[in-house]
Design a protein around this ligand. Structure first.
Ligand SMILES: [Cu+2]
Length: 476
């Protein structure tokens, strides 16, 4: 039996084209919006050794301004900024993160996508949460170049929403620096007037739908303006920390090339008109800045339909059905001969199809009447344990019996998607830790399971993870 469940969301301000430019640090005294330079500032490295990156990460309350000029009283942050400190390292480096919990609830940090030791992963099963007022030193190496992020793995649907997440860049040895290297966390928040809606009133419905916001943020602010010069090579590193929003982005008038996925560079780039990014997922894309002095081109987000076309669920996006601007690139004077993009060298990906060893076949489903989502017919912690052998090329199938997309995230080992409903993907594949399982489809993936340990896996719609769409995999 199926039911119609209209989604009702609090009305609030929306980040539409007619929004006024951000206030505060985003404009000068005359109200002219500030144009930021293109790039990033990494966290200070407290260790002088070349192969160790040492950072302080204190989680504490922070009333941060999403660009509306009104700080969010519900805000939290790592080390006083949203997103938190950007950790920059080279593949093979050791990360030492001095974590201190200044909030009033237990926390862990999950290092999303990193193949680290499972007792440093911040999942729930291999480490005790860090109590309020307590500290913990996370120490691990980062074996793979890529664009990562970190966030709590307890109460994530609220804490990530409130601002507790950060980015991490791990460089490959042969990486050429782009003229503009811009790591962007693309988040949405739900504002009612100027109040952050952390726990929407209809919890059951939100549990089933996931919480869509009405304001789009790039690195914690709406309406950023970033300077470009015509001819520059632009590298965007994109991560989606949203609770439930699947982003689908493009830059007006610019031809994007996808050059990397979650856990590294692609063997070869491919062009896209727009790019879907599921919650938790990352992509790296390049474009050559094409425009004239004074031109403004916007990073836009297209509406993504979370449910199948024939779904009974009525889905309403508080941002409406059109495309919405996220930030604006502003072309300065003149033009330059851009630094040519050089694709970092990667080993060919090993698999073109399933291997002989089937590790597990997951079944994802939903019970609309009960407002629950399930894995293998159960909800965490009742989901049966998955046990697989380490260092064996192993195939996994993820079957989605529900009418809704689910972004599937597996800790500790990286994967290659080899088929969707038995058909090989049409674009070059890279190493992944998070991938969309579309409604009614089965995605086939392969891993070498080179990283033994006790790992969580779950849907990265955060309301679904906390609603029980999560399990545990032992690789030994
Ligand atoms: Cu889900």
């Amino acid at each position: 039996m199926r039911f119609l469940l209209p989604i009702l969301l609090a009305a609030g301000c929306s980040s539409g084209e007619d929004s006024t430019p951000g206030k505060g640090e985003y404009s000068d005294d005359a109200g002219t919006p500030t144009v930021e330079s293109c790039g990033y500032t990494p966290a200070p490295d407290l260790d002088p050794a070349g192969d160790v990156v040492e950072v302080d990460l204190t989680a504490s309350a922070l009333a941060w301004d999403p660009g509306t000029g009104v700080p969010l009283d519900e805000g939290v942050a790592y080390d006083g900024s949203v997103p938190g400190p950007l950790i920059e390292a080279n593949a093979g480096d050791t990360i030492v993160a001095h974590f201190h919990n200044d909030l009033d609830e237990p926390l862990t940090i999950h290092w999303h996508g990193i193949r680290l030791d499972s007792d440093m992963d911040g999942g729930m099963q291999m480490m005790y949460p860090v109590d309020p007022g307590a500290s913990f030193d996370y120490t691990f190496t980062v074996p793979d170049a890529g664009f990562y992020w970190y966030h709590p793995h307890l109460d994530g649907a609220k804490l990530i929403e409130r601002g507790l997440y950060g980015r991490m860049i791990v460089h490959a040895p042969d990486e050429v620096t782009a003229d503009c290297d811009l790591p962007l966390a693309l988040d949405d928040i739900l504002l009612d007037e100027d109040t952050l809606q952390v726990a929407p009133p209809d919890t059951d419905m939100m549990q089933l739908m996931g919480r869509l916001g009405n304001v789009l943020l790039a690195n914690g602010k709406e309406n950023r303006r970033i300077g470009l010069t015509a001819g520059q090579t632009v590298l965007l590193r994109l991560v989606n920390p949203s609770n439930a929003r699947f982003w689908d982005v493009y830059v007006e008038g610019q031809q994007m090339q996808v050059v990397g996925t979650d856990d590294g560079w692609l063997p070869e780039p491919y062009p896209v008109d727009d790019l879907e990014i599921t919650p938790g997922e990352r992509y790296m894309v390049t474009f050559t800045a094409t425009g004239a002095p004074g031109d403004e081109v916007r990073l836009m987000n297209k509406r993504f339909q979370l449910h199948a076309a024939d779904a009974d669920m009525i889905e309403t996006d508080p941002l409406g059905d059109g495309d919405n601007p996220v930030l604006t690139f502003v072309f300065g004077d003149g033009s330059v001969e851009g630094t040519p993009w050089v694709q970092p060298a990667v080993a060919p990906l090993p698999w073109s199809g399933p291997t002989e060893t089937l590790g597990h076949h997951w079944v994802l489903d939903e019970d609309m009447m009960g407002g629950t989502v399930t894995v293998d017919g159960a909800a965490w912690p009742g989901v049966p344990l998955v046990e697989v052998a380490a260092n064996v090329d192993t195939t996994f199938e993820v079957e989605n019996k529900s009418e809704m997309h689910h972004p599937w995230h597996i800790h500790g080992n990286t994967f290659q998607v080899v088929a969707i409903d038995g058909v090989a993907p049409t674009v070059p594949q890279g190493w992944k830790d998070t991938f969309d399982i579309p409604p009614y489809k089965t995605v086939t993936l392969v891993s070498d399971l080179s990283n033994p340990g006790d790992w969580m896996y779950h849907c990265h719609i955060l309301e679904h993870a906390e609603g029980g769409m999560m399990g545990e995999m032992v690789v030994e």
